[in-house]
Design a protein around this ligand. Structure first.
Ligand code: URP
Ligand code: ZN
Ligand code: ZN
Length: 460
């Protein structure tokens, strides 16, 4: 398929220019002025619009089996919703059960993801340590194109990695030239606070943020960063939600460590008042970890993005419908943790980042696409509009606006945490692998069109 995108302004993370783009066989073949459209080529008129690398969401959980249920969004519906919002690639998570072989879990997730309609990759979680884990990590890096290993420092009694696991896994990742990533919350502290709150009769969703105070995140961020410092491995902290954790990133970076941080669209825009809603369904719909925080933390996260101390944005897209959230009606610790956002990330970041002057358009591209591609070693194949790059492109209409609603979104979940938010700046066209997959409200996706993208290790 040949496609020409004409008349737009191309925005890359480092520069912008007015130019046309010629796409052939899934790849960007030419970028230049007044490009001829070959016979039969589809032409997209991008006049008055921006043309940017498609969004990369480096943190999603499609159809994740979690807390006694399974996330409602599967790899097809989730990647389709992403395309509707301008996101053309996800990095999801393989999460082995404790004692399950990493390779077995990896093959399971690969099978589930075959129905994806946009490109995808995986971080693999190390949830335990024992025979075979180090070997499987080697196989994953050398043969399967995995270069990032995830560690949950929370969820005690389920997938939490104790310090011994962190130490062994960080050492092995360093040997293999991989990056380690962490969900930073002190899981023991969270567990003890949950027990205390329940004993006091605090069973509702308003107790959820009390059980996960900012200090629990700051402590774990410090521990992960200090371990990474001693072991000498790069570290990426997922869903940084507090000033406390950001301070640890800044400290480590100033000390010369390669430590990166990710902010979620939700944490940037929603505060902890949502847990005070007396309507259980509404409050429970916001239960995720780390929780939404007091406003001062949102300000800190925006400054983190502006200063470059936080490099990426993601969604942690992990959907549960009201009937699933109801599992925790009498006990907030049983509410499945997770919220959605893959479809809305770009629009809310444009609206609250670019339109407010907090971010330049180039910085927007950096934090929604290019930086994730760089940190996870798929740049410039992804994350850049340039000759030779994959044709994963979003044509962005800065004048288009809509009101976000669960009634109209494509995400397979009955609630939208951004419900009622007016956004200005929307994807008009999304191109994935050189094919037009979304055009002005019309989704043209097919199950299985997504490809598994290998990400090489950081040394040969
Ligand atoms: O609440 C969340 N974030 N659910 C998904 C699992 C995780 O911690 O990322
Ligand atoms: Zn997490
Ligand atoms: Zn997550």
């Amino acid at each position: 398929m040949t496609l020409v995108i004409r008349g737009g302004t191309i925005i890359n993370a480092d520069a912008s220019r007015r130019a046309d783009i010629l796409v052939e066989d899934g790849t960007i073949r030419a970028v230049g002025d007044d490009l001829e459209a070959p016979a039969g080529a589809e032409v997209i008129d991008a006049g008055g619009q921006y043309v940017m690398p498609g969004g990369i969401d480096p943190h999603t959980h499609m159809q994740l089996p979690f807390m006694g249920t399974v996330a409602s969004e599967d790899f097809y519906t989730g990647t389709a919703a992403g395309l509707a919002g301008g996101t053309t690639m996800i990095i999801d998570f393989v999460i082995p059960s404790p004692d399950q072989a990493l390779m077995e879990a990896y093959q399971t997730w690969r099978g589930w993801a075959e129905k994806a309609c946009a490109d995808y990759s995986f971080h693999v979680a190390v949830t335990w340590w024992g025979d075979g884990v180090a070997d499987d990590m080697g196989t994953l890096v050398r043969e399967e194109g995995i270069n990032s290993f995830k560690h949950f420092m929370a969820y005690k009694g389920a997938i939490m990695a104790e310090d011994e696991v962190l130490y062994n896994s960080f050492c092995r990742a360093r040997e293999l030239g991989a990056i380690v990533t962490a969900h930073a919350e002190n899981g023991e502290l969270v567990y003890q606070l949950q027990k205390k709150l329940l004993a006091e009769g605090r069973t509702g969703p308003d107790a959820h943020p009390l059980s996960r105070p900012p200090a629990a995140e700051g402590e774990a961020a410090n521990r992960a960063a200090r371990l990474a410092e001693v072991i000498g491995v790069p570290l990426y902290l997922v869903h940084v939600s507090t000033e406390d954790a950001l301070d640890e990133i800044v400290r480590a970076r100033l000390a010369g460590q390669r430590v990166y941080g990710e902010a979620l669209a939700g944490h940037l825009l929603i505060d902890d008042s949502v847990y005070k809603n007396p309507d259980f369904d509404a409050a429970a719909a916001h239960v995720m970890s780390p929780p939404f925080r007091a406003k001062l933390h949102q300000d800190a996260l925006w400054k983190g993005l502006q200063s470059g101390n936080l490099q990426t944005t993601a969604t942690d897209h992990c959907c549960f419908c009201a009937d699933q959230k109801a599992m925790g009606k009498d006990d907030f610790t049983r509410i499945p943790n997770g919220t959605a956002g893959i479809e809305d990330r770009l629009a809310v970041l444009w609206t609250h980042g670019v339109n407010t002057g907090r971010l330049t358009k180039e910085e927007f591209v950096a934090v929604t696409s290019a930086n994730a591609a760089k940190i996870f070693n798929i740049y410039p194949r992804k994350g850049r509009i340039a000759v030779g790059a994959d044709a994963d492109i979003v044509v962005w209409d800065p004048a288009a606006s809509k009101t976000i609603s669960a009634k109209t979104h494509h995400q397979n979940v009955d609630y939208n945490i951004f419900e009622g938010m007016q956004v200005t700046g929307l994807a008009s066209h999304t191109i994935s692998q050189g094919k037009l997959r979304y055009a002005n409200g019309d989704l043209r996706t097919h199950k299985g069109d997504g490809r598994y993208i290998k990400r090489p290790a950081f040394k040969s």
